[in-house]
Design a protein around this ligand. Structure first.
Ligand code: URA
Length: 276
C-alpha cells in the first residue's frame, strides 16, 4: 500500500519535487497510506467582524545630549493604517494600487515592493500563504521561490494550475524582514486587503497554507495538526487548512499529510459544486 501511495505521489510529480535541493534523499517513508478524507465536523458560525487595529509605531529612542548633535536621518513617519471601510468599494486596480502604496505597518519600511496576489480573479479556489519571501519581494508575485515551486506541485497533484481557477494571495502583502513570521498587528493591519480580495473573488473554497494564514482568516488561534481535515468558515466560505509549503520543505515526512489535506480539499470542492 505504501508502494502504491508512493507511486501515486510520483505520478503526480510530487515525490521528486517535494524535496529540498541539496538535501540527501530521505529514506522511503514507512507511514501508513493516506487515510480517506475525514468527514468535516459541522461548519462553524461566521466569525465576528474584526475591529480595526492600529499599527505599531516605530520605536524612537531618546538621544544622549551631545555638544554638537550630529545631523540625524529623517525619522520615518508613523505608519498609517488603511482603514478597512475605505476599501469596501474598490475594484481590482484601485485595490492593488492601495496595496502597492500601503504604509499600514512597519513591513512597508523594508520591502522592495508589496505583493498583492496573482491568478484568476474569478477563481473557485483561493490559496492563502503567509507573506512574501525574498524572491517574491523582488518579483512582485507570490510563491515564486522554492516554496512556490512546491505549491505549484501541490496544485498539480489535485489537477490545478496557477492562474486557472486558482488565485494565490498572502496574509501579509509585504515581506517580513529575514522571512520572520508576521506579527499579529501586521496580520491585522493587512487583513482588510485580503478581505477585499475575497469579496472580489468570491471563491468557493479557501485553502489556508500554514498557521498565520489560518489565524488571519479564522480570527482565532489555530494549530495546523489539530485543524487538518476539518472545514472552517470565513463568512459563508468554507476554509480548509494544511501545512505551509516552506514547512513541508523542512519537514518532508509531513508531505503525506499535506497530500491527504489536498484530497480533502478536492473532495470538499466537489461537494460544493454538486450542491450548487
Ligand atoms: N511563502 C508565502 O507564504 N508566500 C509567498 O508568497 C512565498 C513564500
Amino acid at each position: 500500500m505504501t508502494r502504491r501511495r508512493d507511486a501515486i505521489l510520483r505520478e503526480m510529480g510530487l515525490a521528486p519535487l517535494w524535496r529540498l535541493r541539496g538535501v540527501a534523499e530521505e529514506p522511503a517513508v514507512e507511514a501508513p497510506p493516506p487515510a480517506l478524507p475525514i468527514e468535516a465536523p459541522p461548519a462553524r458560525p461566521p466569525e465576528a467582524v474584526r475591529p480595526p487595529v492600529a499599527a505599531s509605531a516605530p520605536v524612537r529612542r531618546a538621544l544622549p545630549a551631545v555638544a554638537e548633535a550630529p545631523v540625524l536621518p529623517a525619522v520615518a513617519p508613523p505608519p498609517r493604517v488603511a482603514p478597512a471601510a475605505d476599501l469596501a468599494n474598490l475594484g481590482w486596480d484601485a485595490l492593488e494600487a492601495r496595496i502597492l502604496g500601503c504604509e499600514g505597518c512597519v513591513l512597508c519600511q523594508r520591502r522592495k515592493q508589496a505583493v498583492p496576489g496573482v491568478g484568476d480573479r474569478q477563481a473557485d479556489w483561493l490559496f492563502v500563504g503567509e507573506g512574501p519571501g525574498a524572491e517574491e519581494d523582488e518579483r512582485g508575485e507570490p510563491f515564486v521561490g522554492q516554496a512556490g515551486r512546491l505549491l505549484d506541485a501541490m496544485l498539480a497533484a489535485i489537477g490545478l494550475q496557477r492562474g486557472h481557477d486558482v488565485y494565490i494571495a498572502n496574509a501579509v502583502k509585504c515581506r517580513p524582514p529575514n522571512n520572520r513570521t508576521p506579527e499579529a498587528d501586521e496580520l491585522a493591519a493587512c487583513f482588510p486587503y485580503l478581505r477585499r480580495q475575497i469579496e472580489l473573488i468570491q471563491p468557493r473554497l479557501i485553502v489556508a497554507l500554514g498557521r498565520p494564514a489560518a489565524q488571519a482568516l479564522l480570527n482565532q488561534e489555530v494549530k495546523i495538526s489539530a485543524a487538518r481535515g476539518k472545514t472552517f468558515r470565513y463568512g459563508d466560505i468554507p476554509v480548509v487548512v494544511t501545512y505551509h509549503p516552506a514547512y513541508l520543505l523542512r519537514n518532508q515526512p509531513d508531505k503525506a499529510k499535506a497530500w491527504e489535506d489536498l484530497c480533502f480539499a478536492r473532495k470538499t470542492m466537489r461537494a460544493l459544486r454538486d450542491e450548487a
